[in-house]
Design a protein around this ligand. Structure first.
Ligand code: UDX
Length: 451
């Protein structure tokens, strides 16, 4: 099939590449000429395991093309995906200007029946707005070309995006037109082989499904972070509690890892956007507000533990950070808990030595050159001259460190484990003090009460 994709961010580029991989002729469009030029050279501007070789192979075979020429791209596609960004506005609502700009461009160009698919995460009602924008442009040029607008939200995770896209656990399609449904069924047939993964529904329900999925996952995380904070107060170990509840299949083991709070491009934005939408429809979303408030507090948790150990001022202290990306296997720093921590550490006078396998360049881009930030290119180099180690992101390479080496390098011999990746007993046996999230130890170790 001939497919056009607007937007070469995570969702657009991964979707386009996977659709090309199964034999479609895909054209990806972006307004960023520099990005398109890089993609044409086979350079993938994001770090996503497995993506670059697929982009190169499909570009070389001619199945995947890149362009800034929107009109030619619209002319190409039987199906046109909108996968451009929907950044949060200041009030938390999703900014639809990019989506609607694409819709108007489609309306100005369309010359034959086309299915327009919203893949961006968009508030309920956006498909209607896209339909109206296209119709307005069509009537402005007295065109009677037919089109359908479908909602087909994307559920891929950064770091696993290619696998998620090639082997989706469900394909949500919200459509009112039987013809559009048939076309999307045919498009997704290669991903839908062993059992039916397409969940058909109306457009508004599909739009809400995406928000509901992310809000549910964010709720699980905030819930668990709350339990962790209670565990700490009452002297229990949340890791044992986690295993105890996860074994109940109704609860499950996924997304109940307590930690330094959730970050990334989706959860924070989508929880806020859903809250905003609820209020706009005169419903007060009490649970969603709490999910967000718990997460904001959790992002400050590591700093509270560090300050409880070292005292209020960290002037003259050097803190080593392992992990900057909002989660492993990405270089994405959007809403990363490390950013809250970095800013708090600097405000208290500390110098930070940090190591991340992928996110150093992004950190440099965000914060520039500053004396109190030393980005190291090796994980143990971050510990040189440091008082303490803080694990912020659970990259695999951090899981089994050489504790003797940590003991020798750290001046104050203390570890703050923001992702509970170490066994406290193992760390303590190596002669290091251990603080985790909700492990009932930080309170005892500090002889005080958690905040
Ligand atoms: C998420 C959704 O999982 C995906 O379906 C959607 O399409 C986009 O948003 P992503 O943002 O890539 O994907 O990351 P995810 O792996 O879901 O993690 C989000 C955040 O939650 C990370 O900061 C992670 O560290 C945190 N998290 C996750 C926890 O703190 N505990 C957990 O148990 C799981």
């Amino acid at each position: 099939m001939r497919v056009t994709i607007f937007g070469t961010g995570y969702v657009g580029l991964v979707t386009g590449t996977c659709l090309a991989e199964v034999g479609n002729d895909v054209v990806c469009v972006d307004v960023d000429a520099n990005k398109i030029a890089r993609l044409e050279r086979g350079e993938v501007p994001i770090y996503e395991p497995g993506l670059e070789p697929l982009v190169r192979a499909n570009h070389a075979s001619g199945h995947l093309k890149f362009t800034t020429d929107a009109a030619a791209a619209i002319e190409h596609g039987q199906i046109v995906f909108i996968a451009v960004g929907t950044p949060p506005d200041e009030d938390g609502s999703a900014d639809l200007s990019h989506v609607l700009t694409v819709a108007r461009t489609i309306g100005r160009t369309l010359s034959r029946y086309t299915v327009v698919v919203n893949k961006s995460t968009v508030p309920v009602g956006t498909a209607d707005a896209v339909r109206a924008a296209i119709s307005a442009e069509l009537s402005a040029r007295s065109s009677e070309v037919g089109f359908d607008v479908v909602s087909n939200p994307e559920f891929l995770k950064e770091g696993d995006a290619v696998q998620d896209c090639l082997r989706p656990d469900r394909i949500v399609v919200g459509a009112e037109s039987a013809h559009a449904v048939d076309l999307l069924k045919a498009l997704y047939a290669p991903f839908n082989r062993n059992h039916e993964r397409i969940v058909l529904m109306d457009v508004r329900s599909a739009e809400l499904t995406k928000y509901a999925a992310n809000a549910m996952l964010a709720t699980k995380i905030s819930f668990m972070n709350e339990i962790a904070n209670i565990a700490e107060q009452v002297g229990a170990d949340v890791e044992q509690v986690r295993r105890g509840i996860g074994s109940d299949p109704r609860i499950g083991y996924h997304f109940i890892y307590p930690g330094a709070g959730y970050g990334g491009s989706c959860f924070p934005k989508d929880v806020k956007a859903l809250e905003y939408a609820a209020r706009a429809h005169a419903y007060e979303p009490r649970l969603l507000s709490a999910v967000e408030a718990v997460n904001a507090a959790q992002k400050r948790r590591l700093f509270a533990l560090i300050q409880r150990h070292f005292g209020e001022s960290l002037a003259g202290r050097t803190i080593a950070l392992w992990g900057l990306a909002f989660k492993p296997n990405t270089d994405d720093m959007r809403e990363a808990p490390s950013r809250t921590l970095l800013e708090q550490l600097w405000a208290a006078g500390a110098t930070v030595r940090a190591y991340d396998p992928e996110a150093a360049a992004e950190t440099r881009r965000l914060y520039g050159a500053r004396k109190d930030l030393i980005l190291c290119d090796q994980q143990y180099a971050a510990l040189e001259g440091a008082d303490a180690l803080v694990v912020v992101t659970e990259w695999k390479a951090f899981r089994s460190p050489d504790f003797e080496r940590l003991h020798a390098l750290l001046k104050e011999r203390v570890i703050f484990d923001g992702r509970n990746i170490f066994e406290p007993k193992v760390v303590e046996a190596a002669g290091l003090a251990y603080y985790g999230i909700g492990r009932g130890r930080s309170v005892r170790a500090a002889g005080g009460v958690a905040t």
